[in-house]
Design a protein around this ligand. Structure first.
Ligand code: GTP
Ligand code: MG
Length: 264
């Protein structure tokens, strides 16, 4: 067979290639190139959501689950090294774009926080906590096992929340439109029997150290500018939390995101 004959048959015309590239990029690709008015309309349909929380808490798994993506490759030991972008496509050209900020073991964390809270401020925030069940992780680039007790991890959650809450407050006061926050209490399969109590401990007005910081954030940002929800969720299952119950929690979170984004 003549090599030139073969290549002629396979290579598409340049015009065709350009058209299919445009189609493939679709609605989201158009976002970047569109004039302001169109960009606003598309952004309402596909709002951006920052996913924050300490390392090992379950951000990547939750974003994968919400975007109906399978679990990624084995990074379980060190965690995410860069900001991850995921899209959930829902009905009638609606959906969400998730920006998962890497946890505190990643060198890219500060830049990612600047990006979502300052450079291109997001429409909403999912802050992920896990009742001290964050998987201990060592800093990227170091070796040796990571060890931390649940008490350590609870303290680290609070420290991480203090930093993130400040970022959310300064974003909220600069914005003209309201910002929403969902505190996602994940790994609920690990404490399903105490779920209500745990959720309450992360809630405004609960009087816990975490709850006090939520109250401070609301006072700083102003109640009308910032809405706060606290919802349990799980990507894992256990004897106390069936796959069906875990699914229902994820769907309840997704339904709330749609409400907050004005999709329903
Ligand atoms: N039991 C249980 N384990 C979970 C759940 N969600 C995540 N995990 C586990 O927790 C570990 C950390 O999850 P990741 O999603 O990688 O955590 P992350 O917040 O992205 O962490 P960094 O990328 O380091 O910031 C993984 O081993 C997950 O399998 C859950 O709902 N239940
Ligand atoms: Mg991750």
């Amino acid at each position: 067979m003549s090599p030139s004959g073969r290549s002629r048959a396979v290579l598409p015309k340049p015009g065709l290639a350009a058209v299919s590239a445009t189609v493939a990029t679709g609605v989201l690709g158009a976002l970047a190139a569109a004039p302001d008015r169109v960009r606003h309309a598309l952004r309402r349909r596909y709002p951006t959501i920052a996913v924050t929380g300490m390392t090992g808490v379950g951000k990547t798994q939750l974003a994968d689950r919400l975007s109906r993506r399978g679990p990624g490759d084995g990074t379980a030991e060190v965690g995410s090294a860069v900001m991850e972008r995921r899209t959930r496509r829902s009905r009638r050209l609606h959906g969400f774009r998730f920006l998962v900020v890497p946890g505190d073991n990643a060198a890219t964390r500060l830049g990612a926080l600047d990006e979502v809270f300052h450079d291109e401020p997001v429409d909403g925030v999912i802050h992920v906590v896990a009742h001290g069940y964050a998987t201990p992780r060592r800093a990227a680039g170091t070796t040796g096992a990571a060890a931390a007790t649940r008490a350590d991890q609870l303290a680290a959650e609070l420290e991480d929340w203090t930093i993130t809450a400040h970022r959310i407050a300064s974003m909220a006061v600069r914005r003209s439109q309201p910002v929403w926050l969902v505190i996602a209490v994940t790994k609920a399969d690990l404490f399903a029997d105490d779920l209500d109590e745990v959720v309450r401990s992360y809630s405004p007005g609960s009087g816990t150290p975490f709850g006090d910081k939520v109250d401070e954030l609301r006072a700083l940002a102003g109640g009308a500018r910032l809405s706060v929800d606290v919802l349990p969720v799980a990507t894992g299952t256990s004897a106390a939390l069936s796959p069906k119950q875990a699914d229902a929690l994820v769907e309840r979170l997704a339904a709330r995101l749609a409400q907050l984004s004005g999709h329903v």
